[in-house]
Design a binder for this molecule. Structure first.
Ligand SMILES: Cc1cc2nc3c(=O)[nH]c(=O)nc-3n(C[C@H](O)[C@H](O)[C@H](O)COP(=O)(O)OP(=O)(O)OC[C@H]3O[C@@H](n4cnc5c(N)ncnc54)[C@H](O)[C@@H]3O)c2cc1C
Length: 469
């Protein structure tokens, strides 16, 4: 694993982009990919099929200095700079037409210190890249629900995952980061070094720099009690689920995927295409108590399928494997303390009439450890809601009519949204929405603007939920 060192660029501007790219290629430890390369199309593609963009070049990062070189190049030539970790950006931010892509997928080393329970993770690692070696020594990072999602994008925006109520957001477990700034320099951000930057990268969604390396505190979690429980999605059952998970002990994190019964081996044929609530359950506490708590969910209706039990923590990620497949999406979302009966009735009706068989509503319980961190301690202020709710139109065919999916997701969002929400989550904001003031309310936004002016005054890092300097 390469350790970050301060790096001074030798790059000088020429008027010729092509000549500049030749110089850039020569300065890299990794590889520069241009449209002339045979693997250009393969490497520019992202799993979000809604964004078929052609960058001028792709920097395959092998060392922190490659990130600095790319940053210096984009700044010098005034071209767009995209950052790609897992490539799962819902708004397609990691594909930039005509720009330069910092492709971190070749920069994903992980070192686990089992004694200190610390994981050092390079900026291009995915959830799987940290999960597997951590699990081998009985540890786990509180991160997202899908293993191909990048730690980079997920953590910069916050990171809401299977253990969020017990172990907080991914950023709540961040001890330190190595950050490449807009001037190409490399700095450490921690509670004791550049603490203002450390505040801002925890929730600032990539506005202040590119994280070359994260250092996380890991939780001592090897096995969990939980897995998948599939119940019929009637309004009454959804009411019971929402009420139970909203006030559950912190050891219980649940994601209810309300969708049409998918063609999975555990779904009986009679339930294919009918509204079901697939509960992804993660109980991190003592097993007997977990069985009791999960039993209450089980009692809400005759289960369609019950895949719960004691299992290795990584097994939970099998539930979301269908989401790893490249697809298109329109996403809507809000944090809230409540969901009304009318909202739940709207869910059942919308799922029955979804514009695609993969479309869904996700209802996650939230709060717990997240809510214990003060709202001004990081750039992630939306912490005290009981629920995080999203409406996801998902489909596979890029020639399909986007408008019908957009209409479905937007109508359902409007039907479910309470009069007062508790804000929005930057990592789930779609490209067709503007929700900056809901992501970063009041003082959080003002503080981020001040940091943006200091660390990125020319807005080099602008392909994100953008804070304007
Ligand atoms: C299938 C799926 C499941 C998801 N599940 C969850 C979930 O359970 N919990 C959750 O919180 N979110 C979830 N998300 C949202 C996810 O966190 C965001 O889409 C996130 O941006 C993806 O990160 P990435 O690295 O894969 O994306 P990329 O597209 O590679 O990156 C997105 C943006 O993040 C920033 N970024 C990426 N890496 C870095 C870095 N090293 N330094 C600085 N900035 C960087 C850049 O602005 C970049 O443009 C999910 C998304 C999808 C598509």
């Amino acid at each position: 694993m390469t350790f970050a060192k301060p790096f001074a660029s030798t790059l000088t501007a020429t008027s010729n982009l092509e000549a500049g790219l030749t110089d850039l290629a020569a300065n890299l430890v990794g590889r520069l990919v241009t449209p002339a390369d045979t693997d250009y199309d393969e490497l520019r593609a992202i799993p979000n099929l809604g964004y078929d963009r052609r960058p001028a070049a792709i920097v395959r990062v092998e060392a922190t200095r490659d990130i600095s070189e790319a940053v210096n190049f984009a700044r010098t030539y005034g071209i767009g700079l995209g950052v790609r970790g897992g490539g799962h950006s819902i708004a397609g931010f990691s594909a930039v037409e005509g720009g330069i892509i910092v492709d971190m997928r070749t920069f994903k080393g992980v070192i686990i210190d089992p004694i200190a329970r610390v994981g050092r993770v390079q900026g291009g690692a995915t959830t799987a890249d940290i999960m597997i070696p951590a699990h081998e020594v009985g540890l786990a990072l509180s991160t997202g629900d899908t293993k191909t999602v990048g730690v980079g994008g997920l953590t910069n925006g916050g990171g809401i995952g299977w253990m969020v109520r017990k172990h907080g957001l991914a950023i709540d477990n961040l001890l330190k980061a190595t950050v490449v700034l807009a001037d190409g320099s490399v700095v450490t951000a921690s509670p004791t070094e550049n603490s203002d930057l450390f505040w801002g990268i925890r929730g600032g969604s990539g506005n202040l720099g590119i994280v070359a390396e994260f250092e996380f505190q890991l939780a001592a979690v090897r096995e969990i009690y939980g897995g998948g429980l599939v119940l019929p999605a009637t309004a009454e059952v959804l009411r019971g689920i929402v009420d139970q998970i909203s006030d559950a002990p912190e050891d219980l994190t649940v994601i209810a995927f309300v969708m049409q019964g998918p063609p999975a081996p555990f779904i009986p044929e009679s339930w294919l295409g009918r509204p079901v609530a697939m509960l992804g359950i993660c109980w991190t506490g003592e097993q007997a108590e977990g069985e009791r708590i999960v039993g209450q969910l089980r009692d809400l209706a005759e289960p369609i399928a019950d895949l719960t039990g004691v299992m290795p923590y990584p097994a939970l990620y099998q539930l979301t494997e269908p989401a790893e497949v490249p697809h298109l999406n329109v996403v809507r979302q809000f944090f809230s303390d409540e969901l009304s009966d009318e909202a739940l009735e709207a869910v059942v009706e919308a799922i029955a009439n979804a514009t695609g068989p993969m479309s869904m509503v996700q209802i996650r319980n939230y709060g717990g450890a997240v809510a214990r961190v003060p709202g001004d301690e990081t750039a992630f202020a939306n912490r005290d809601a009981k629920l995080f709710v999203s409406q996801l139109a998902l489909w596979l065919d890029p020639t399909d009519d986007v408008e019908k999916h957009r209409d479905w997701a937007t109508r359902l969002y409007n039907a479910m949204r309470p009069a007062e929400t508790k804000g929005a989550y930057s990592n789930f904001v779609a490209a067709d929405e503007q929700r900056i003031s809901e992501i970063w309310p009041g003082e959080t936004y003002d503080r981020l603007v001040a940091l943006k002016r200091r660390y990125d005054p020319t807005n080099l890092f602008r392909f994100n939920q953008n804070i304007k300097p």
